[in-house]
Design a protein around this ligand. Sequence first.
Ligand SMILES: *[C@@H]1O[C@H](CO)[C@@H](O)[C@H](O)[C@H]1NC(C)=O
Ligand SMILES: *[C@@H]1O[C@H](CO)[C@@H](O)[C@H](O)[C@H]1NC(C)=O
Length: 276
Amino acid sequence: MASSRAAIGLLVAASSLAVALSDGGSSGPEYGYAAGSADGPENWGKLSPAYKMCGQGKHQSPIDIVTKQAVPNPNLDSLTRTYAAANATLVNDGHDITLKFDGKVGTITVSGKVYSFEKLHWHSPSDHTINGQRFPLELHLVHKSADGAVAVIGILYQLGAPDSFYYQLKSKLGEMAGDKCNFAEEESHVEAGLIHLRSLQKRTGSYFRYTGSLTAPPCTENVVWNVLGKVRQISKEQLRLLEAPLPGSDARPTQPLNDRTVQFYNPPNSTISFQM
Ligand SMILES: *[C@@H]1O[C@H](CO)[C@@H](O)[C@H](O)[C@H]1NC(C)=O
Ligand SMILES: *[C@@H]1O[C@H](CO)[C@@H](O)[C@H](O)[C@H]1NC(C)=O
């Protein structure tokens, strides 16, 4: 249902203050994805002082990952994770669709620091590119530490067989597509019920690691990125369900790597979808 942002703020505050405080999405001005428009990605940094990193940051995301330049590092964390089923809410803020979880779902450990899984969202087409190739969809599993640091697992999708994870969201996404709201003032919320995450917690396998930023305003830096080396499949119908509630694409252009290095973790017996 469509609900005003103010009312949602109160509801969220009552159930989970941490989420309300850390979720900067609706606190700044509107921004868009149309290249060259006044509120487009090139101008995000000028829309608000709160968004200045989008324009000035030197360690921004997404990037183009050049596989031949990735530096193998067998000592990175395995990112082993177990996610419990949890009740969730689908939220459409007019930019992207997020699935927010109630309560504790699971954690990952990066360099000894524990990050709790908080929400997931999609970008269509993908934010990250690999050797210049953009994919139809990218899923971000967003994890946050007690001190507010962010670690994201990014999963790229190509068109192919349906992914069983999305069966449980089908009717809710359909409902969301029918919910017409004025996104400048409100967002669309649909209760998704109990969501099982088993299919998203399979052995992490190989991944590309670099330090970047949130891919949407406020473009906050020091985000630990982990883009999986195995591309998953999703059906055309499932992709259409994820795109239907949105006004358009929500992928940010890739950003300069500057002085950063992309590392590559490739444990035994893991699948990698790219020429390395
Ligand atoms: C999910 O919500 C239902 C209905 O409110 C509740 O009965 C159930 O215990 C919740 N499950 C979890 C895992 O929180
Ligand atoms: C890798 O796969 C081989 C063949 O299936 C198996 O014998 C080996 O134990 C596996 N190694 C690891 C580290 O899982």
